[in-house]
Design a protein around this ligand. Structure first.
Ligand code: GLN
Length: 310
């Protein structure tokens, strides 16, 4: 399915240069004030392959707030920890609603539509909080080992900002608690969730960290089994239907890759059997997805013929 990739470096350079020139009308996620401090015109991309190559362009080494991209790693940890019991407590359907919507949650009796909207990620955070003695440390350790980098850290200013401005997430967590679908204490669940969202990583680190999803659950660099092949398939499937929130349909239609965005401006896309793309630029569209990051992934997928639906 892949077209010629011998000139990947030149392709990435050109994509970044073209996108640096566009006048994006997006906004940074100023509902988390610390995210509004990031220079809005940064643009980076990395492509990591399961053969061990990493090719990058632009600001690919600048750490940014991974935000909702952390939901992918949290889901994998929770699936590993409690297995199929997880799917009694969270569904795997697209929500068709903004990532932070609370409306469906009451209609559907505290069962979130999927693990990638905030309600679902809070449910996953509850599983981790309840099943690890120090879940935030376990999460950070997981990220460091996947990226092969002990320097990965939590950005405390982002964490504090999310804590102070996290009323909507708190409301969702308390609503789920009222339906008995949250087991731990809500402040502990929120603390875990904001911690994982506040981790700072670069395009290069994120692309490398997700290679196991392109490789049937096995990290190709360490040969570690990160999850089962069945679970890698399942995570990719939910990424395809829900990873870009209420823009997931359009993204599948036009790009055709399992992908996840975060309001820090990152977009990761899995190319099964090949590798992972991570693009980053802070300005967001109304869905909360990076405009330039999405353009970069779309441009590369088009250029290389990466869609899984070909
Ligand atoms: N921490 C953010 C929030 O809870 C994550 C949202 C996102 O990246 N889409 O609102």
């Amino acid at each position: 399915m892949l077209k010629n990739i011998s000139n990947l470096q030149a392709t990435l350079n050109k994509l970044v240069t073209d996108q640096q020139g566009i006048n994006s009308e997006g906004k940074v996620a100023d509902y988390i004030p610390a995210l509004a401090d990031v220079p809005p015109n940064l643009v980076g991309i990395s492509v990591a392959t399961i053969d061990g190559d990493v090719t990058s362009a632009g600001d690919f080494q600048v750490p940014f707030s991974i935000q909702s991209i952390s939901k992918v790693f949290g889901l994998v940890m929770a699936m590993n920890r409690i297995g199929d019991d997880l799917w009694q407590r969270v569904n795997m359907e697209p929500s068709g609603q903004p990532f932070n919507s609370i409306i469906q949650l009451e209609w559907e009796k505290g069962i979130p539509r999927n693990p990638f909207i905030n309600a679902g990620a809070l449910l996953v955070a509850d599983v981790l909080t309840s099943h690890f003695s120090t879940s935030n440390l376990a999460f950070l350790t997981f990220m460091r080992s996947l990226a092969g980098d002990e320097d990965i850290h939590i950005d405390n200013s982002v964490y504090q900002s999310e804590l102070v401005h996290g009323n909507r997430n708190a409301a969702m967590a308390y609503l789920m608690k009222s339906f008995k679908n949250i087991q731990a204490e809500v402040p502990d669940v929120l603390s875990h969730y904001f911690t994982q969202c506040s981790i700072a990583m670069s395009c290069q680190q994120l692309a490398t960290s997700l290679l196991f999803l392109a490789n049937k659950g096995i990290d190709p660099n360490t040969k570690n089994n990160i999850c089962t092949a069945r679970d890698a398939h399942r995570v990719n499937a939910i990424l395809s239907t829900s990873g870009m929130y209420d823009q997931s349909g359009e993204f599948a239609f036009s790009v055709g890759l399992p992908a996840k965005s975060g309001v820090g401006g990152g977009v990761v896309a899995i190319v099964p059997g090949y590798g992972v793309i991570c693009a980053w630029s802070p300005l967001l569209n109304t869905f909360g997805n990076s405009i330039v990051g999405t353009n970069l992934v779309a441009g590369l997928a088009e250029e290389l013929g990466l869609s899984i639906y070909h």
